[in-house]
Structure formats: structure tokens, C-alpha cells
Design a protein around this ligand. Structure first.
Ligand SMILES: [Fe+2]
Length: 640
């Protein structure tokens, strides 16, 4: 038995992943355990969880692998500093202590931290810091880790690979090919030219948080007009046919500072960045639309180039920009790729998974058996009638902790919380009835998802047919901006009947339109509405998940990977004729997605959610004792 622990840490979204004999046994982000969103510290809790899932100790590992090369990253920081001196001196000084203290001493640090997994008591574990583990420590390359996370778990025997993010060591995107257990990256774009950083610059400028508000910019885009596209192309970013781009550094300050854009950028777009939390105006919507248009063009250029260069018909993607599901939808519709597969943990958390698989397949040269190679894979068109055939190695991304029925009942009994227990066979229709009555339900069941999206095991669900559901969920449950759209979960067998999509989208990473037959025709006056005024129009039979441009960020649900969730949606479909529900992550704004029953109960009681499902126990808000907290919980989370 060969056990490999993959680690990503110290930049953004720390995570750990355990691979045993090529099988992904467990993976989780540290933020879920520490309740600190995008926690970048060493993933001690996530590592401890992964080891416990396999029932092994850190001592029994064979390899520990880190997702990038700290020295190369240091090299970039140093060179960037020299290039932009003296402007970059202050940010260099800020970054230095952390680099000197932690990142450059990575091997010692990793050994010390992993010693802690062997003991819950920090005091005692401190004594083990000098401990010599028998495992070998290896370091990967940032984009190779992304590429491995994209290709190895995919169902394909061979495919083109595209990775796109902000920046790793030097690369900001790469193109290559995966065949069997081999990955070859042949082309890369290098810092400071970066599609991820360009998008982040506009995220910053429109008043959202870099590395977390990019989703909001994408959601805001359909309210705006692409007014700034030519300005961006002429002055700010030269877009080339091969997918590369050249960014005019006169407009940016990410190389030398901690801000993304500078005064020249402000001048070009007519003013300073929007202050976070201030009113969103048409200008921000137009900026969002413009950068989204640019991004889609670059992604299409990159993928078309990858198709030409590799001759492949299938594509695998990872890197933070691969979470841009609007662009992904266009890749599927507008390029020669017939199938695309996107790593659900496309950001840096997924690097932990990528490097662990890379050690198994590349370093140890172990063969890879994809679903396609083992004959388990069929194209989507061949398996519409409930026959699951499109299997990948991610187990539906359900790779995190699960709470047993017993532990949940113990939790509820100890806390004296009223609940009703159902049999597993009754549960789907009970939950479906609640949803059909427009109740908002917190659903905590099965293994927690790996990656940024909730996929029906730590989700808040509701009725997609309800015209009020979007604003109720945004304002009373999630306490977030009213413009933000919600995503549908649909039975995979039914997806083509409701959306213009003829493939699986298990990880909510493809956007497609609601089918024309389900849309409502807008009047001329309604069509003429601008910006946020478009929000309250009932655009389809499933208005809660239909964005203002009729698009939807779709999750197709498979019975074999998430049986209870599939059965809830199926029961709802039988009751209402609509096998589509609203699925949003189980958290409030700024909070990491819930992990434990305690987290779920707390979030349930803090919000206006109506019911909470903890495995087969159902809690009615009306029956719960008053929930008193000594401090205002809203101060607990930094707004994202
Ligand atoms: Fe990355």
C-alpha cells in the first residue's frame, strides 16, 4: 500500500488530499475546519481528517508532496521587486518576513506541522517537532499540479489540458496534453501577463475582494453592457490569436504593490475603484460585462489553440479561471472540443489533489485507468435514461467528512434539540414536500464536497419555481447582494429537457440557457429595462435559477454519486413536474461552507431557514429553543 498526502498552503485556500494506491481517499480545505474563509495556513486539520479517513498516522505515509516550488516563487518575488524597485519595496518588505519565516523553511515546517496530526495536544506535539518521519517529501510545479488535477481524475484516456490562474511560480497559464499516465505541458504564458490577474484587477476595481469576489463579477456581468471592451483591447491588454495576452503594466500595480490597479487605470475608466459595500451602479455592471467578454474571448482563443496544437477532441481544465463557468459553457458550444472535464477544485486547493496523483502516476510511474480505458465510459448521449456511465475519479467531489446517524443523534440529544427522525426511504418525499411548500431547507448529508461549490451534501435548497426564492435566499438566508443568481440542481437524465445542455455538469461548472420552451416572453417594456431593474422579472418556469440573460449555472445530479440528493429532486419532480431545485452553499456571506452538524445548526438558527436536514433527522425551526449568542455573529466573518 502506498499512501501519498498532497498539501497546498500559504497562498490561498489551503487543502490536503490523501491518495492511497492511486485512489483519492479524502480531500478537504482547511477553511471548513477553522471556519476562516480561504484559510491559507498549513492544513493541519484537513491533513488530520484525511489520515483518519484512511485510518493511518502521519508516520505511515510514504510520500508527502507540496503543490508548488517555494523557491521558484521566491525567485519571482525577488525578480519582480528588482524590476519595479523602488515602487515594489514596501510590498517586498511586507512579504519578506513570511517568506523567511515559513516558506523558505518549508521542509522543516511541513515535518513540524504533520507531527501535530499525531496528537491533539499542541503542547505534547511540540515535543515531537524534531521527529524524523520515514516519508519522502517532494515538491511539484504549480501549473503541473493544476494540470494533474485536471487530467488524472478525468474520465478520458487522452485529452488536451489547459490550466489558467492568477500566477503560480512564473506561469499564469499552460497548455499541454495528457495520455495514459503521462502529462506534457508544451506552452505557457508567464507573469506578469495573466488572464487571472486581469480578471482580479477588475474584481478589485469594481469593489469586490480579489481571489473571492470574481464570482460576483461574473454574476454581475449580464446586467451590464460591454462598453469598455475596445478600451481594454486598445490600451490595457493585447489579445492574440494563440490565446496569449500582453498586459500594459502602466495600468497595474500588482507587480510592485498590494493594490491591483493604479491611477492610470482610474483615469482610463473615469474614477477611483468602487468602495467595497457601497452601491453598485450601472458602471460596475458595464465593467463586469466588459471583462467577462474579454475573458471569454481569451479562453476561446486558448482552447482553440490547444485544439489545433494537440489535435485532441477532449479537454481538461483547472486553475482558478476554470471556475468561470460562463466561459466554459462557450468552450463546449463554440470550439471543436466534444467533451470537456473541469476539476471541481479548480483553484489552488485542487493543487493538493493534483500533486498527490502526480506522485503516483508520474513519479512512481503507476498506470492510470480512466473510466474510458476500463470501458465504463460512454458519451452522455448514450446514457440519458438513468444509466450512469460518465464516471470520473472524483467520486462526485464528495471527498470530505461524513457524520454517522449515531453521531448526529447524539449531538441532537445532548443539546436537547427537537427533531423528527424518518426512515431513509421516507426522507426524499418529506424533503421534496417541504421544498414544494416554498420552505427553505438546509441539507447536511453524506460526505462534504471538495472545492468551492456545494453539490448537495452541504447545501441550502429551495423551490426553483418560486418567483420570490431568489430575493428570499439572498436577503434573508445568505445576507448577500440581491443581484447574485442561484444555481439549479437537475437530474442528469432530465437536463436536456430543461436546459440547452447535452452533457454532464456534475460540478456546476458549465453555464447554459434555460430551454426556450420553458422561458417566458418579455414585453417590449420589460426588455428595455436596464441593470438591476431586470432582476424581478419572471423569466421562466424556474425563475429562481434563471439569470437575467436566461442562463443558468447547472449542476447535473447522478444517482450513483449522491443517491439521497438525486431522490429528493426526483420526488420533487414527481410532485411538481419540475425536476429542478435551487442549490446554494450552506453558509452565510463571508462564512466557509458548513462542515459539522454543529456548524449547520448554528447557521440554520442564525438565518431564516425553515428546516434543517441532518442525515435522516429533520429539524423544524418553529420547534427549536431560542438561540442566544453572546456576541453579534455578523462580526465573526469578514465580508467577501
Ligand atoms: Fe493556481
Amino acid at each position: 500500500m502506498t499512501s501519498i498526502l498532497g498539501i497546498s498552503a500559504f497562498y490561498h485556500d489551503s487543502a490536503a488530499c490523501l491518495v492511497v494506491d492511486g485512489d483519492i481517499v479524502a480531500a478537504a480545505q482547511e477553511e471548513r475546519f477553522t471556519r476562516k474563509k480561504h484559510d491559507h495556513n498549513f492544513p493541519i486539520n484537513a491533513s488530520r481528517y484525511c489520515l483518519s479517513e484512511a485510518g493511518i498516522t502521519a508516520d505511515e505515509l510514504d510520500y508527502v508532496a507540496f503543490y508548488d516550488k517555494p523557491l521558484l516563487k521566491f525567485d519571482r518575488l525577488l525578480e519582480t521587486y528588482l524590476d519595479y524597485s523602488p515602487a515594489g519595496f514596501s510590498s517586498f518588505l511586507k512579504a519578506m518576513p513570511l517568506w523567511m519565516r515559513e516558506k523558505l523553511w518549508m521542509p522543516d515546517l511541513i515535518r513540524t506541522e504533520l507531527a501535530k496530526t499525531e496528537d491533539d495536544d499542541d503542547e505534547r506535539s511540540a515535543k515531537k517537532r524534531g521527529k524524523k518521519f520515514k516519508w519522502k517529501l517532494l515538491f511539484g510545479d504549480h501549473h503541473e499540479s493544476h494540470a494533474a488535477s485536471a487530467f488524472y481524475p478525468s474520465p478520458f484516456e487522452q485529452a488536451a489540458i489547459l490550466t489558467v490562474d492568477g500566477v503560480g511560480e512564473w506561469a499564469t497559464s499552460s497548455i499541454g496534453i495528457g495520455k495514459g499516465n503521462e502529462i506534457t505541458l508544451s506552452k505557457e504564458l508567464r507573469f506578469p501577463d495573466s488572464l487571472g490577474l486581469l480578471y482580479s484587477a477588475f474584481t478589485y476595481y469594481t469593489g469586490f475582494k480579489v481571489n473571492s469576489g470574481e464570482y460576483k463579477v461574473m454574476g454581475l456581468a449580464p446586467y451590464g453592457e460591454p462598453k469598455y471592451v475596445s478600451l481594454i483591447k486598445e490600451h490595457i491588454a493585447e489579445i492574440r490569436d494563440d490565446g496569449s495576452l500582453r498586459m500594459n503594466q502602466d495600468y497595474f500595480s500588482y507587480s510592485e504593490g498590494l493594490r491591483m490597479t493604479n491611477g492610470t487605470f482610474d483615469k482610463a475608466f473615469g474614477g477611483p475603484p468602487r468602495k467595497p459595500e457601497s452601491k453598485i451602479t450601472q458602471r460596475e455592471m458595464d465593467l463586469a460585462r466588459s471583462i467577462q467578454v474579454i475573458t471569454e474571448e481569451v479562453i476561446l482563443n486558448m482552447t482553440r489553440y490547444a485544439a489545433r496544437e494537440t489535435g485532441m477532441k477532449r479537454l481538461c481544465m483547472a486553475g482558478g479561471v476554470a471556475l468561470n463557468c460562463v466561459a466554459n459553457g462557450r468552450v463546449l458550444r463554440e470550439t471543436s472540443f466534444k467533451d470537456i472535464w473541469i476539476q471541481p477544485a479548480a483553484g489552488d486547493a485542487g493543487g493538493a489533489l493534483g500533486i498527490a496523483l502526480a506522485i503516483w502516476h508520474r513519479y512512481l510511474n503507476q498506470p492510470r485507468t480512466s473510466a474510458e480505458m476500463s470501458g465504463k465510459w460512454e458519451p452522455f448521449s448514450a446514457c440519458k435514461n438513468g444509466v450512469p456511465a460518465y464516471a470520473d475519479g472524483m467520486k462526485g467531489a464528495y471527498l470530505g467528512p461524513r457524520d454517522s446517524e449515531e453521531s448526529i443523534e447524539r449531538f441532537l440529544t445532548q443539546r436537547n434539540l427537537p427533531y423528527k427522525k424518518y426512515s431513509r426511504s421516507e426522507l426524499p418525499s418529506v424533503v421534496a414536500e417541504l421544498i414544494a411548500a416554498e420552505k427553505v431547507v438546509g441539507l447536511h448529508q453524506g460526505r462534504m464536497e471538495f472545492g468551492p461549490r456545494a453539490l448537495g451534501t452541504r447545501s441550502i435548497i429551495g423551490d426553483a419555481r418560486s418567483p420570490q426564492m431568489q430575493s428570499v435566499m439572498n436577503l434573508k438566508i445568505k445576507y448577500r447582494e440581491s443581484f447574485r443568481p442561484f444555481a439549479p440542481s437537475v437530474l442528469r437524465e432530465e437536463v436536456s429537457k430543461w436546459f440547452d445542455l447535452e452533457t454532464d455538469s456534475p460540478y456546476m461548472l458549465l453555464v447554459a440557457d434555460v430551454g426556450a420552451q420553458h422561458r417566458h416572453q418579455m414585453t417590449a417594456a420589460e426588455e428595455a429595462l436596464w441593470g438591476i431593474d431586470k432582476l424581478n422579472l419572471k423569466r421562466s418556469e424556474i425563475p429562481a435559477v434563471t439569470h437575467v440573460d436566461y442562463s443558468a449555472r447547472i449542476q447535473t445530479v447522478r444517482r450513483d454519486t449522491n443517491p439521497l440528493y438525486w431522490e429528493i429532486i426526483a420526488a420533487f419532480g414527481d410532485m411538481t413536474g419540475v425536476p429542478v431545485i435551487v442549490n446554494t452553499s450552506f453558509n452565510v456571506r463571508g462564512e466557509p461552507i458548513v462542515c459539522t452538524p454543529e456548524d449547520s445548526y448554528r447557521c440554520f438558527m442564525r438565518t431564516e431557514m425553515d428546516y434543517l436536514v441532518l442525515e435522516t433527522c429533520v429539524l423544524d425551526k418553529k420547534d427549536q429553543p431560542p438561540f442566544v449568542e453572546s456576541k453579534n455573529w455578523r462580526n465573526e466573518f469578514t465580508l467577501d
